[in-house]
Design a protein around this ligand. Structure first.
Ligand code: RAM
Length: 357
């Protein structure tokens, strides 16, 4: 995914530097209770248990064709293969929770050993996930969490707070700390986007951002066409709009495509979370100056290891346990069963060609 790991290390940006809540190394388990995971029915783990072979692990993305999700789930199935299991990637063509519920029910019938899901709604998928857990199937959320008692572990890309606040800092710099901005989000119930947006709103309360006005949060539903149309609608409703934050790879690429051929190109600033490959041309043509992301492949890979370790009894999801995760080393399980991948990278004209995902 990354052409040079040295370059990547050098490119980890300071404004986005996130303290790794889940440091690598350490011992295997402490006596902390398994917070919030009452439905797991598994409070103990043996870190030295062998990895079970032939584990069936299914990845259920928000939507199957989203390029970000494709990379993420490829990382996941690669990890499962590495540990001697059988991984597969199934899911809906729209980012809807009810579609995901049907898939969960099918995966339960198939007696998968673990389900790794990026939830389209924290609550709507919870009963089906709890049903899976009650039947001994391990549940890992990745990228977008479900209700805490409906999964054992959540693999988060980075600190939600730092992701949200840093997006505001980037757009503020781009618009000179003054003017109207809008957010172009994914679906209205997406756990990850909603968590980030809460922190964006909080960041905007700071005195240095007093002259920035958030006029609207629009929803493109992680659908390319809808995101494109919502961008158009934002610009016509707010002709003096100065900037857009789109914390979704689908939204930011559709918004960039709209802006790139409109008179607002280079005038209305756009930042958010995007894949370098989808955004490269818009950085080169001057539509976008800077945006951010983590490596979705690594995110999925971590989730694959977590699912296999849960299904093998090496971890239970309790705070303080250590997950061994192949080429990524080790990660500690934090509060509420959360494991953090690591800090995001900011991409701009100077470094974007060093990344290929
Ligand atoms: C989209 C999805 C995903 C999010 C990324 C940044 O692909 O909404 O959940 O993490 O953007």
């Amino acid at each position: 995914m990354i052409r040079s790991s040295r370059v990547r290390a050098a490119a980890l940006i300071l404004p986005l530097a996130v303290v790794l809540a889940a440091g690598c190394g350490g011992t295997t388990k402490d006596s902390a209770p398994q917070a919030g995971n009452s439905g797991s029915g598994n409070s103990s783990a043996d870190p030295n248990a062998p990895m079970k072979q032939g584990l069936k692990i299914a990845f259920l993305p928000k939507e199957i064709d989203n390029p970000y999700m494709v990379i993420m789930d490829k990382g996941g199935t690669d990890a499962v293969k590495e540990v001697g299991g059988e991984g597969k990637d199934v899911g809906p063509s729209d980012a809807s929770a009810s579609s995901q519920v049907s898939y969960i029910n099918t995966l339960i019938q198939q007696k998968q050993d673990a389900i790794v899901i990026s939830a389209n709604d924290p609550n709507a998928v919870a009963p089906a996930l709890k049903d899976a857990m009650s039947k001994g199937i391990k549940v890992v959320t990745v990228d977008s969490d479900a209700a805490k008692d409906a999964r054992q572990v959540f693999i988060n890309q980075a600190s939600s707070e730092e992701i949200g606040r840093s997006q505001v800092r980037i757009i503020a710099k781009q618009i000179g700390n003054e003017g109207k901005i809008a957010i172009l989000s994914a679906t209205p119930n997406a756990t990850n986007q909603n968590a980030w947006i809460e922190f964006m709103k909080d960041e905007l309360k700071k005195p240095e951002f007093a002259k920035i006005e958030l006029v609207k949060t629009a929803y493109g539903d992680d659908d390319d066409q809808k995101s494109f149309q919502e961008t158009q609608a934002l610009l016509s409703a707010y002709p003096d709009l100065k900037g857009i934050i789109s914390p979704t790879t689908v939204g930011i690429s559709a918004a960039a495509r709209y802006l790139s051929s409109s008179p607002s190109k280079g005038k209305v600033m756009l930042t958010g979370l995007g894949t370098p490959n989808q955004m490269r041309s818009f950085v080169k043509d001057g539509t976008v100056t800077e945006f951010a992301l983590w490596d979705p492949g690594q995110l999925g890979y971590l989730a694959g290891y977590a699912a296999a370790a849960l299904a093998s009894g090496q971890i239970s999801g309790a705070e303080g346990e250590t997950l061994k995760c192949g080429k990524l080393g080790e990660r500690k399980i934090g509060k509420d069963g959360e494991i953090i991948l690591g800090p995001p990278t900011a991409f701009n004209a100077a470094n974007i060609d060093q990344f290929d995902f």
